[in-house]
Design a binder for this molecule. Structure first.
Ligand SMILES: [Zn+2]
Length: 120
């Protein structure tokens, strides 16, 4: 895949990820900081970042969590050099599709087949 295109997709993924996280930070930041100061974190200060992340995650809806995971997986696939390959048939995913849905891991054909199965 074109490196420039890959770079653009990576940017899109990071933007999407930030968008999801920012929704939470705006709405729930106060609540989270309250929880953090009230809870007995004590000697596990080193893990505070993880706790914060867990708290952020717990504020997300199931759908947002799913999306976030898809984005993380896509970013991982970029790192591994397997991005843009359909996980079902192993064929390259259409570039147009990747630009529209950068976290896509299935080609149009396989996605359509999956949805058909789900409905039927
Ligand atoms: Zn496929």
């Amino acid at each position: 895949m074109d490196e420039k295109l890959l770079e653009e997709i990576k940017k899109k993924l990071i933007e999407k990820k930030n968008e999801i996280l920012q929704t939470i930070e705006k709405e729930e930041a106060e609540e989270i900081s309250e929880v953090e100061s009230d809870s007995v974190i004590g000697d596990i200060v080193d893990e505070a970042n993880n706790i914060y992340e867990l708290q952020v995650m717990s504020k997300l809806t199931e759908k947002e969590q799913e999306k976030l995971q898809e984005i993380n997986e896509a970013l991982k696939r970029i790192e591994e050099g397997t991005y843009g390959i359909c996980v079902v048939c192993g064929k390259p995913i259409e570039e147009k599709r990747l630009l529209a849905i950068p976290e896509a891991k299935k080609c149009v054909k396989c996605k359509a087949a999956e949805e058909k199965m789900r409905i039927g």
